[in-house]
Design a protein around this ligand. Sequence first.
Ligand code: CMX
Length: 146
Amino acid sequence: MVFSTISCMTDFPLELDHIGIAVRDIDVATESYQRLLSAEVVHDEVVASQKVCVRFLQYAGQKIELLQSTELDGPVGKFIRDRGPGIHHVAFKTDNIYEEMERLRAKGFQILQEEPIRGAYNKLIFFVHPKSVGGTLVEVCQPISS
Ligand code: CMX
C-alpha cells in the first residue's frame, strides 16, 4: 500500500508554492513570523472577491501567505469562526493551470471553480475541496505573465 502511494506521486507535476495561514490579526502574525524566521514581507493585497487581505512573507526561498478575513461570512472568516486560526491551505504551482484543472477533475477531485479565477499576487488560481484531499484545502496557482 505504501509503495503504490509513492509510485503514484512520482508523476505529480506540481511544486509547492506557499502555505496559507488564517490569522485574526495580520500585523500581530507578521511580527510573530518575523521573530520566528526573520521572514521578509514581499507583498500585501486585499482580495475583495475572497473577502480577505493577504500578506506574503518570504524566508529562505519559501513563501507563507497570511490571510485575515475582511468579512465574517468570507471563507477565511468562517474557517476562523469554526476552527480558529491556523493552516488554511497548501498551494502548488503549475505551468498550465487549465490542463491541471482538467487533470485533477479527471482524477475525481472536487474543484471549487468552473474556471481559474484571479487570486492574490498576480496569479490565476483554483481550489480543490478539502473533502477531496483528506481534510486539507489545496490551491493550484500559476503566475500571470505580463
Ligand atoms: N481547510 C480544511 N477544511 C475546511 C476548510 C479549510 N480551509 N474550510 C472549510 N473546511 C471544512 C469545514 O470545516 C467543513 O468541515 P465539516 O463538514 O467537517 O464541518 C467542510 O470543509 C465543508 O464546509 P462547508 O460548510 O460545506 O463549506 P464552507 O462554506 O465552509 O466552505 C470551502 C468550504 C472550502 C468550499 C470554502 O472555504 C472555499 O471555497 N474555499 C476556497 C476559497 C478560499 O479559501 N479563499 C481564501 C483564500 C484566498 C487566496 O489565497 O487568494
